[in-house]
Design a protein around this ligand. Structure first.
Ligand SMILES: Cc1cc2nc3c(=O)[nH]c(=O)nc-3n(C[C@H](O)[C@H](O)[C@H](O)COP(=O)(O)OP(=O)(O)OC[C@H]3O[C@@H](n4cnc5c(N)ncnc54)[C@H](O)[C@@H]3O)c2cc1C
Length: 374
């Protein structure tokens, strides 16, 4: 990890007449840490700016993928951008320390202002910008608050007229992330409401809000009209499973329910997409596999018929954005310009994207020579 020692002229970019270019979501680039803030005893926010002058452009709810070198090992991890795209000069991630976790502990213990790291993205489809609605319900548990906070901050900065109820579940009041900021948003936006649900009151004896888990009965008291709301949910898998079961029991139309998982525990293979063959491409493999051409870089590799394209590219020394390797996170999503693949993904790509020729190289095996838009 490198450190930049040069002091910065504060905000000089803001009155420079030249508008910086947009940060390129398709390329890995360098971020400089500007600020580290403790949110709770085990959660910290890290604020970054681009090393080269550029502005971040993303949908609130999207994530970036950090490409780290920890003890000589290359490790990728996704973190949701917790800041709002309305403040494009910087972006923040908010990370919960996982006991025994490699990256979260490394960030908490090592990341300091001035440090440089590599990142790719933004990527991801979890954003309320995809579904215009009059009323939203944000349901978050623990560090799953981050994508919803980005959406809430966007509403606040845009003075959005949307009716938002933001329900956050935490172990104790001391574990509530962004508690003060959410309270001040509630004060500042007339149709923005928050509710905190803590398992126990912890040390806070005067905690007056309900304790326990979020139940259907409790949700009725917080937002009696929840069946009319577009719901966005993010939190531990057990929390999201309980929430979606509760909503189904309550007769909620799940077409209006959207969730983001922070884990890759699901096996790939939820769907199989086999696009129509492209006649121009050879369907018989070369002696040791099919040829994969990366059009932008001009690189060519050979990928065996039983090998995933991402794996073959990495074996050939190429650096491509990736994270889960199971077709879930969509970090590696790429446009296929020609050729045929067999793709077994875990939900990280939508049917309409597949129809447009997108693939996830991490879970795609070639069935002919392939050209990718990379
Ligand atoms: C789209 C997306 C967005 C995300 N956004 C956020 C966010 O905003 N904030 C956030 O905090 N996190 C977020 N995450 C989660 C984040 O990417 C990391 O998974 C998380 O920080 C843990 O990483 P780690 O390297 O610290 O833990 P890891 O090293 O991956 O370990 C995770 C857990 O597994 C245990 N473990 C590791 N190896 C083994 C083993 N061999 N046997 C048994 N147990 C083991 C560890 O003890 C630890 O408890 C997001 C994930 C995704 C996919």
């Amino acid at each position: 990890m490198q450190m930049t020692a040069m002091p910065r002229k504060i905000g000089s970019e803001l009155w420079d007449e030249k508008v910086p270019p947009t940060w390129d979501a398709d390329r890995e680039d360098t971020l400089i840490c500007r600020l580290v803030r403790s949110e709770t005893h085990d959660v910290k926010t890290f604020l970054f700016s681009p090393a080269k002058p550029s502005l971040f452009r993303f949908r609130p709810g999207q994530f970036i993928t950090l490409d780290l070198n920890i003890g000589g090992e290359t490790i990728n991890r996704c973190y949701t951008i917790s800041s709002s795209p309305t403040r494009p000069d910087t972006l923040s991630i908010t990370v919960k320390r996982q006991p025994g976790g490699k990256v979260s502990n490394w960030l908490h213990d090592t990341m300091k202002p001035g440090a440089e790291i590599k990142a790719m993205g933004p990527s991801g489809d979890f954003s309320f910008t995809h579904h215009a609605a009059e009323k939203y319900l944000f349901l978050s548990g623990g560090s799953g608050v981050t994508p919803l906070m980005s959406m809430a901050r966007t509403c606040y900065d845009m003075a959005a007229d949307a009716d938002v109820v933001f329900v956050h579940s935490a172990r104790t009041p001391a574990d509530i992330i962004y508690r003060q900021e959410l309270a001040s948003m509630e004060f500042g936006l007339p149709r923005f409401r928050t509710a905190f649900v803590c398992e126990t009151a912890g040390d806070q004896r005067d905690w007056a809000a309900p304790t326990g888990y979020l139940t259907g009965a409790l949700l009725e008291t917080i937002a009696a009209d929840f069946r009319q709301r577009e719901i966005y949910c993010c939190g531990p898998d057990a929390y999201m499973k309980a929430v979606s079961a509760m909503l189904k029991d309550a007769g909620f139309d799940m077409a209006h329910y959207h969730q983001e998982s922070f884990t890759f525990g699901v096996d790939a293979g939820a769907e199989i997409a086999a696009p129509a063959p492209t006649p121009a491409e050879s369907a018989s493999p070369a002696a040791d596999g099919f040829e994969i051409t990366f059009q932008k870089t001009g690189q060519k590799i050979i990928c065996g018929p039983d090998q995933f394209i991402l794996e073959a590219a990495r074996n050939a020394g190429m650096r491509l954005p990736f994270s889960c390797t199971k077709g879930i996170c969509s970090t590696c999503k790429t446009k296929k310009l020609s050729g045929e693949v067999e793709m077994k993904h875990g939900g990280g790509i939508r049917q309409r994207e597949i129809d447009q020729g997108m693939i996830l190289p991490c879970c795609s095996k070639p069935r002919s020579n392939i050209t990718l838009d990379k």
